[in-house]
Design a protein around this ligand. Structure first.
Ligand code: HSE
Length: 338
C-alpha cells in the first residue's frame, strides 16, 4: 500500500481523491501496489469524510505518507506545509501556480536536499501534459517562442461573449463550473496567465522569470462590441500569454487572433499552447485548462512519477537558476495583433 495525503479539499483536491479511486486499477498496474489517500487536510468540516485532519503535523510525522498533493492554492499556508513535507522527505505535487512562481525554486532545492521531489504539472495548462513533455521530450530543443491561451476562465468568458452572454454572467458560469480562482480577479486581470507564462518561460530558458516581470493586461476592458468588430475582420479576441526568448520579452494581453491561426478554434475552457522549437518547428498542445478532473489527473500523473522514484529527487527544471533579464514592452494597446 502506498499512502498519500491531499492538502485542501477544494475542486482539485476532491478531484485527486476521485481520480485515485476511479483509476485505481490502472494506477496499481503501474506501481504494483494500491495507492490510498490516507489523509485529507482541511480546516473545514466535511461530514462523511473519514480521513479528514486539520493538523499538518499528523501527516508529515506519519512515515507511511510518501507524497502530498498540495491543492490549497495561495501562498499561506501552502508554502509552510509544502516546506514541512519536503523537509520530512515527502514529495509534493501541486497545482498551485502562485506558489510555484513565488517559491518554486526554493522548494525544489529543499526537495533535492531531502531526496524527494517537487512537481507541478497541474500548475500550467490544467490537464495538458505540457511540463513533463517540455522537460523530457523537448529537453534538447531551443524553444524560441511560446504563445498560449493559458486561462480557462478567460477563454470561457470570451467564447460566451461571442455568442451574446455578458461578461458577468459568463464569469459566474465559469465560477459555477469550478474553473475560476477563489478571487476571479486573478483570472480576468491576467495574473493567472502571467504566472503560467512565467513558469513556462523559466522551464524553456533555464532562467527564472517571475510573474512581476510580465507586462500584463487582462480582459476586463473587452466589450461585446470589440468582439463583434473582430469578427467582421475574420478574427476573434483571445487572452494570450507570450514569451519571446530571442527578444527576452514576456507579456499577457488580449490579442486579435485571425481565423486561420491555430489558436482561433481553441474555445470554452480549453487551453492551447503553441511552442516553437529550433528543430521541431511549431507544436501545439490542446486540452482542458481548468476543472476538477483534468487538473486532478495532472496532479495524479506527478504522484505516480514520485512514487515510481521514491527516495530519489526528480529534477524539475527549477534548480540553481539565475534571474532572467526582461526587455520592457513599451507599447500599451488594449488589443494587440499577432
Ligand atoms: N482559474 C484557472 C483557469 C484554473 O481558469 O485557467 C486553472 O489554472
Amino acid at each position: 500500500m502506498l499512502n498519500i495525503a491531499i492538502l485542501g479539499l477544494g475542486t482539485v483536491g476532491g478531484g485527486v481523491a476521485e481520480v485515485v479511486e476511479k483509476n485505481q486499477a490502472k494506477i496499481q498496474k503501474i506501481l504494483g501496489q494500491e495507492v490510498r489517500v490516507k489523509y485529507i487536510l482541511d480546516i473545514r468540516e466535511f461530514p462523511g469524510v473519514k480521513n479528514l485532519v486539520n493538523d499538518i503535523n499528523v501527516i508529515v510525522n506519519d512515515p507511511e505518507v510518501k507524497v502530498v498533493c498540495e491543492t490549497m492554492g495561495g501562498k499561506k499556508p501552502a508554502y509552510e506545509y509544502s516546506r514541512l513535507a519536503l523537509e520530512h522527505g515527502i514529495s509534493v505535487c501541486t497545482s498551485n501556480k502562485e506558489l510555484v512562481d513565488a517559491c518554486g525554486c526554493e522548494l525544489s532545492e529543499i526537495a533535492a536536499r531531502n531526496n524527494c521531489s517537487y512537481l507541478f504539472e497541474a500548475s500550467v495548462g490544467g490537464g495538458i501534459p505540457i511540463l513533463r513533455t517540455l522537460r523530457e521530450a523537448c529537453a534538447h530543443e531551443k524553444i524560441s517562442r511560446i504563445t498560449g491561451i493559458l486561462n480557462g476562465t478567460c477563454n470561457y468568458i470570451l467564447t460566451k461573449m461571442r455568442s451574446g452572454s455578458d461578461f458577468q454572467a459568463a464569469l459566474r458560469e465559469a465560477q459555477d463550473n469550478g474553473f475560476a480562482e477563489r478571487n476571479p480577479a486573478a483570472d480576468v486581470e491576467g495574473h493567472d496567465t502571467a504566472r503560467k507564462i512565467a513558469i513556462l518561460a523559466t522551464l524553456v530558458s533555464g532562467k527564472k522569470f517571475s510573474y512581476e516581470q510580465v507586462h500584463c493586461n487582462g480582459i476586463t476592458q473587452i466589450t461585446q462590441q470589440d468582439i463583434l468588430d473582430a469578427e467582421k475582420n475574420h478574427a476573434t479576441i483571445k487572452l494570450l500569454g507570450m514569451f519571446d526568448a530571442e527578444k527576452s520579452q514576456i507579456l499577457v494581453s488580449p490579442f486579435f487572433v485571425k481565423s486561420d491561426h491555430a489558436l482561433y478554434n481553441v474555445n470554452d475552457v480549453f487551453n492551447g499552447i503553441l511552442i516553437h522549437g529550433n528543430m521541431l518547428g511549431d507544436v501545439m498542445f490542446y486540452g482542458k485548462g481548468a476543472g476538477k478532473l483534468p487538473t486532478a489527473s495532472a496532479v495524479v500523473s506527478d504522484v505516480i512519477e514520485c512514487l515510481k522514484n521514491f527516495g530519489k529527487n526528480i529534477p524539475n527544471g527549477l534548480e540553481n537558476l539565475q534571474p532572467a533579464e526582461v526587455s520592457p514592452i513599451t507599447t500599451d494597446e488594449k488589443i494587440r495583433s499577432l
